[in-house]
Design a protein around this ligand. Structure first.
Ligand code: HEM
Length: 509
């Protein structure tokens, strides 16, 4: 081909590119959708990829760009494009209230799609009337009296965790050891939620199994899909090693849940479920959630086997990752604020003295300072730092019109670090949650469990579990940060985590 022909081909390509760009420019300046969303401040974006370049890189950078940099640059409502999809991210109490209290905006955003193969139409992901009927069905499972029956499980698993941490400390001459507490707490939370959701003990703290490995790994696989958008395409995913691994993990996860459901159905059929102690099947009789679902499915009309499995899988996911994040960040906050840790310890001494007895429901109202510390942890390190709602029909939010088709991102992490509402936001100060200090604070300024009709159904469960596990740990151990260890690198991997673990020096009290 002569040089001349290359030149012509090059000119045609450049011309086509310029024409395509002009076409795109005209489109985003005239289409009603773009005209509406472009009234909202936000960074400039490119055709097809939107703001993907600014969002590429490590998860910590992504977290910083979305939750800090752009909030500082554009304020409490800003617009971005990821690929061709538009996100409107909000962080002021007023805007979050108008979205979260709405009965019209209750469907989840597109980023949740990667969870569908695992959780199906469970409570977290379902929408419309299906969600309404399930929410009604499941609410009684979190009644105060039912939560009471889990106090024993919380204590039992906390004691096992203390035994494991104690053994690690003891193996060092000075009885002190630096350890990443995150994986230890993950296993404890898994044991707790497994007992609560399925009534079965998987001994995650002391043994290992394919199921435990699968629950642990699936979160990482889904995060990879969030990070690398082409893996969201089912065909591309199925061709990759990650896709094949995901299918295997799903087989393990669904297979285990189905087996537990079938076993429990048998137990109920034989009317053995009113035996208080362990049965021969290894299933105990504190099983409100699965029992409730099985009861609702007795005539096969309300819930199929698959429906039950999806609800149980949802509770397994929502109930262990979130609490692990809270418990771990709490210990980090204690270690980096020794005065606060000492004050919690004094409160625990006043309540329990030197006894090793269990923490009971009667102790809970007396652990007020501990509760403020848990709340402050969820402010500074919200387990769920952001969540989404799909805009299915046009809505007005504040002074902006949001057209159907975009997604609203609720940035609770950014909201909780707003200096106008929480002065010195980076300082860990539990007194912010003393009753006098909270007076006049906007009810949507602090939303670790979300708010409105789709708030967290497990909120009371999580608070009770945290108080029992944390009081048991702090009565027995002291937590410190090592001067030689790098501080945690904050990032979102489904929940708020530290990319380099939560490494603390632990010693016996
Ligand atoms: C520290 C612990 C926890 C935190 C911070 C937390 C936070 C949240 C948040 C922010 C949402 C709303 C998510 C969204 O709109 O996309 C949510 C929903 C949900 N949470 Fe939690 N959660 C925690 C523990 C739990 C536990 C222990 C369970 C179950 C035992 C649970 C079950 C659920 C379920 C089923 C939903 C979906 C509710 C619905 O859409 O109707 N969560 N949680």
């Amino acid at each position: 081909m002569p040089v001349y022909s290359y030149f012509i081909a090059f000119c045609v390509a450049v011309l086509l590119f310029i024409l395509a760009y002009i076409g795109w420019w005209i489109y985003i300046h005239t289409s009603p959708f773009h005209v509406a969303v472009n009234r909202i401040p936000g960074p400039k974006y490119l055709p097809l990829i939107g703001n993907a370049l600014e969002l590429a890189g490590g998860l910590d950078r992504l977290q910083h760009t979305l939750q800090t940099k752009w909030v500082e640059e554009y304020g409490d409502i800003y617009r971005i494009f990821v690929g061709t999809h538009c996100y409107i991210n909000i962080s002021s109490p007023e805007l979050m209230e108008s979205v979260l209290s709405s009965q019209k905006i209750i469907d989840k955003g597109v980023s949740y799609n990667e969870l569908i193969p695992w959780l199906g139409q469970g409570l977290l992901l379902s929408s419309g009337d299906l969600w309404r009927s399930r929410r009604k069905l499941l609410t009684p499972a979190f009644h105060f009296s039912i939560l009471n029956s889990f106090v024993e499980v919380f204590n039992e698993q906390s004691r096992i965790l203390c035994g494991i941490i104690g053994d690690i400390c003891q193996s060092f001459a000075d009885g002190k050891s630096e350890m990443d507490v995150y994986p230890l707490i993950t296993r404890c939370s898994l044991d707790i939620i497994c007992e609560a959701a399925m009534g079965t003990n998987i001994n995650a703290q002391t043994e290992t199994s394919d199921y435990i490995r699968a629950v642990y790994r699936i979160g990482q696989v889904v995060t990879e899909q969030f990070r690398l958008p082409w893996l969201r395409n089912p065909t591309i995913l199925s061709l990759t090693a990650l896709g094949k691994e995901r299918d295997q993990l799903l087989k393990t996860l669904h297979g285990f849940t189905e087996e537990v459901i079938n076993n429990r159905r048998e137990v109920i059929k034989k009317k053995e479920n009113n035996v208080a102690q362990e049965t021969g099947t290894g299933i105990k009789n504190r099983l409100p959630l699965l029992d409730l679902l099985l009861k609702a499915s007795e005539d096969g009309k309300v819930l199929s086997n698959q429906d039950i499995r999806q609800e149980i899988d949802t509770f397994m996911f929502e109930g262990h990752d979130t609490t692990t994040s809270l418990l771990s960040w709490f210990l980090y906050a204690m270690a980096s604020n020794p005065d606060v840790q000492e004050r919690v310890w004094i409160e625990l001494q006043n309540e329990f003295g030197d006894s090793e007895r269990d923490c009971t429901q009667e102790d809970i109202p007396n652990l007020k300072y501990l509760e403020c510390c848990i709340k402050e942890t969820l402010r500074l390190y919200p387990s769920v730092p952001g969540f989404e709602r799909a805009v299915k029909e046009d809505v007005q939010i504040g002074k902006y019109f949001l057209p159907a088709g975009c997604t609203i991102g609720i940035l609770s992490f950014a909201a909780h670090r707003n200096p106008e509402i929480f002065p010195d936001p980076l300082v860990f100060n539990p007194e912010r949650f003393f009753p006098d200090e909270s007076v006049g604070r906007h009810p949507y300024a602090y939303i670790p469990f979300s708010a409105g009709p789709r708030n967290c159904i497990g909120q009371r469960f999580a608070m009770l579990e945290s108080k029992i596990v944390l009081s048991t740990l702090l009565r027995r151990f002291k937590f410190e940060v090592s001067a030689n260890t790098k501080p945690p690198i904050i990032a979102t991997q489904l929940v708020l985590k530290s990319l380099n673990g939560i490494n603390l020096i632990v010693s016996r009290r």
